[in-house]
Write a protein of this length. Structure first.
Lengths: 264, 234
């Protein structure tokens, strides 16, 4: 983990009193957070705790019933994600942040080549020179440890771990300042997980990109996140530095979570 | 003297919710000051809260009350109440902490692990790796192990990698939790030299050392924790 630049920079992302309900059921309630450039925030909690819902609200994919999500954009300063047009929100989702889905198939276009999956993101933000796009795609495949000779293969022929790495390349190629990740390692074998974690850790610190990572895996959170938020039944029950929350949990639910982990 | 750490009224209670809300008071109203160039050894019986105190200094444990003021880049920062980003900044450049056990990161080689703190501080790659190699040699980690992740190393080897990873940065404050516990005679002597070296260049050192000879070799002062452990039913 790298350190965070704290020269009075404003937060990159802020959530204020964000609440989301499904029918009469609360998915997340009154969530507040600030994320600074280069900072990695982990959101942990069991299934159904509302962490993925919150992530989708933060990423502008799901409109909350209450509250606001403010993003400090590269070109236009701070915008409220849900008062701007859908079209602008979609553009920001390509230029200013990325989203890595739990299932790579939700984040990739499986019917076009690996190179195109990376390259089309560049084209979406204005790149036109074929040779440069291909060269950059190749460079990114290399950075996520995919063999250059697989550039023209379809991602459906890739292993789960390779698909996930390709999804990460596709998201990082446009150099976003923030990346949202929903259980990025959950669907992978343990050995493949280790490789992906190492890669994520390196990329996040080299590129100084901020991240919000939803995970139920406390070891993943320990490795990647500077700070943790613990969610239960839609509410944030505890937050703090990652090592504080995991080594000195205060809330009964966090104590249960931490003590339930099997020591390998 | 140049003060580096000022602890005021530090208390730490634990509430064990899984044990029916049992409360344990471990530290009660601790006051402590550490100057530059001092090595303060925390001394108390087992279970009296030595590690708890050290962890509160690092803000790994959150105090129940009181403050832990750290002299950080020309200002005092109370790491118990400062925002998360500021605590991380203090840890990054001021507070070095050697824990008893190495937290191994999958796939990262020993050499990378040791060089990493310097690279994160913007030190040029070649210089960082040269320093890492020098430290590993000094701590007698055989060269054939440098490219291997330390997961499979012995306890003593892991402990030395852990020491190298912290001592590679010239932290103004060092917190040491039994860094010599599983080392042989020769390596213990090397680590003692390193810690004394750090203190002589002006570092403020706070440590826990069970071995009497190590304490003798390092301590400029002993800090005793008042025996205040109480078990109160909730």
């Amino acid at each position: 983990m790298s350190s965070i630049n704290m020269n009075n920079t404003p937060p990159l992302l802020q959530a204020r009193n964000v609440s989301k309900f499904y029918g009469g059921k609360t998915a997340c309630e009154q969530v507040n957070l600030s994320l600074y450039p280069g900072e990695v925030l982990g959101i942990v909690g069991e299934s159904g705790s509302g962490k993925s819902t919150l992530l989708n609200c933060l990423a502008g994919q799901l409109q909350p019933e209450q509250g606001e999500v403010l993003f400090n954009t590269r070109d236009e300063g701070i915008v409220d994600l849900f008062t701007i047009s859908e079209a602008r929100r979609r553009l920001l989702a390509r230029t200013d942040w990325g989203f890595v889905h739990q299932s790579a198939r939700d984040g990739l276009r499986v019917e076009v080549s690996a190179g195109a999956n990376v390259g089309e993101r560049l084209m979406a933000v204005g790149a036109r020179h074929y040779g440069q796009i291909r060269a950059e795609a190749q460079d990114w495949l290399h950075r996520v440890e995919i063999d250059a000779n697989r550039i023209d293969d379809l991602p459906r022929d890739f292993s789960g771990g390779m698909q996930q790495r390709l999804q990460i390349a596709r998201n990082l190629v446009t150099k976003p300042r923030l990346i949202f990740m929903d259980e990025p390692t959950a669907s992978l074998d343990v050995s493949v997980q280790a490789r992906l974690l190492d890669l994520l850790r390196q990329l996040v610190s080299q590129l100084q990109v901020a991240a919000v990572i939803v995970t139920h895996d406390l070891a993943v959170a320990r490795l990647l996140a500077h700070r943790l938020m613990v969610m239960r039944q839609g509410q944030v029950v505890e937050e703090g530095l990652t090592d504080q929350v995991l080594d000195d949990p205060q809330h009964p639910y966090t104590q249960l979570l931490v003590s339930s982990v099997l020591q390998a | 003297m140049l003060k580096r750490i000022v602890v005021e009224g530090l208390s730490k209670d634990f509430t064990l919710h899984l044990q029916g809300g049992q409360e344990m008071s471990i530290l009660s109203k601790i006051d402590m000051q550490v100057d530059a160039g001092e090595c303060v050894v925390i001394h108390a019986p087992s279970g009296a809260g030595k590690s708890t105190l050290l962890r509160c200094l690092y803000a790994n444990y959150r105090a129940s009350s009181g403050s832990v003021n750290i002299w950080h880049e020309g200002n005092w920062v109370d790491v118990q109440s400062a925002p998360a980003q500021q605590v991380l900044a203090v840890r990054h450049s001021t507070l070095g902490f050697v824990t008893q056990f190495l937290r191994v990161i999958p796939r990262i080689s020993t050499l990378d692990l040791v060089a990493e703190p310097l690279l994160m501080r913007g030190v040029e790659k070649q210089a960082a790796y040269e320093q890492a190699e020098e430290l590993l040699s000094r701590l007698r980690i055989p060269q054939r192990l440098w490219q291997i992740p330390p997961a499979t190393f012995s306890g003593g080897e892991q402990q030395r990698v852990n020491i190298a990873r912290t001592m590679i940065c010239d932290y103004p404050i060092l917190l040491l939790d039994e860094p010599t516990a599983s080392l042989d005679e020769a390596n213990r002597a090397t680590v003692i030299d390193m810690i004394n070296g750090a203190r002589e260049r002006g570092a403020a050192v706070v440590g826990i050392f069970h071995d009497e000879a190590v304490r003798q070799a390092l301590a400029t002062r002993i800090f005793s924790i008042p025996a205040a452990v109480s078990l109160v039913a909730a």
